[in-house]
Ligand binder design. Structure first.
Ligand SMILES: *Cc1c(COP(=O)(O)O)cnc(C)c1O
Length: 230
């Protein structure tokens, strides 16, 4: 299967899943996760009409993005170290994995210097998984209100990676928990100037369930680009 074929299949499947649960397929953004794949793979996806990508590693992303920009949009979805905030603020359009105020402040400073603002998501560790990054559900409100005070960041939603489960169905409670947390925060108007709160959740193995639970951003690598080699 080619990347173009895979993209078409995944997009058709997302649309079908959305319709089955009464959602507008247009309300779901597909982030094609290109980590560990070469620039050529991204180019192939761009040629097939797809322009939104996700990357996990700053150095790898920098090499690819600097060579391909400005044809596409990039989300950072990996763990961001503060000493990489400067590069991240320059090369990414959205950072989905903000999980501390220190990191947010470092990004804000770099964005100020660059004269730009950025949309971010707060990564929430809904499963309390010690191997996963993210702020606890309980601490999300505080981090959100703290970031609201920063000038150059705008929190547009929440992101999560549930603990590894054997079946997609077992991930459902985590997706549901993220949606309910966002609804709770949104009902109290804690997202500044955001009409529709973004929920980034769901990967190749469990995106159907994530869509049923309200995902507006899904992050798919393997089903588009194939198995990654580490
Ligand atoms: C790698 C990765 C994905 C994509 O996972 P696949 O199973 O290949 O679809 C999605 N989200 C994050 C945060 C990732 O690190």
């Amino acid at each position: 299967m080619t990347i173009a074929n895979n993209l078409k299949n995944v997009k058709d499947d997302i649309a079908a899943t959305a319709r089955q649960c009464g959602r507008d397929p247009e309300s779901i953004k597909l982030v094609a996760v290109s980590k560990k794949f070469p620039m050529e793979a991204i180019q192939e996806a761009i040629s097939a009409g797809h322009t939104l990508f996700g990357e996990n590693y700053i150095q790898e992303a920098q090499e690819k993005i600097d060579a391909i920009e400005p044809e596409a949009t990039y989300h950072f979805i990996g763990h961001l170290q503060r000493n990489k905030a400067k590069i991240a603020a320059r090369i990414f359009d959205v950072i989905e994995t903000v999980d501390s105020f220190k990191l947010a402040r470092a990004l804000d400073k770099q964005l100020h210097d660059l004269g730009r603002t950025m949309q971010v998501l707060i990564q929430v560790n809904v499963g309390g998984d010690p191997n996963k990054a993210g702020v606890t559900p309980e601490d999300t409100e505080r981090l959100l209100t703290e970031i609201n005070e920063l000038e150059n960041l705008r929190v547009v939603g929440l992101m999560t990676m549930p603990p590894l489960t054997d079946t997609a169905e077992e991930a459902r409670p985590f997706f549901k928990a993220l949606r309910e947390l966002s609804e709770e925060l949104q009902s109290r108007k804690l997202f500044r100037n955001v009409d529709e709160v973004q929920l980034s959740m769901g990967m190749s193995g469990d995106y159907h369930v994530a869509i049923e639970e309200g995902a507006t951003i899904i992050r798919i690598g393997t089903a588009i680009f194939g198995q990654r080699q580490y």
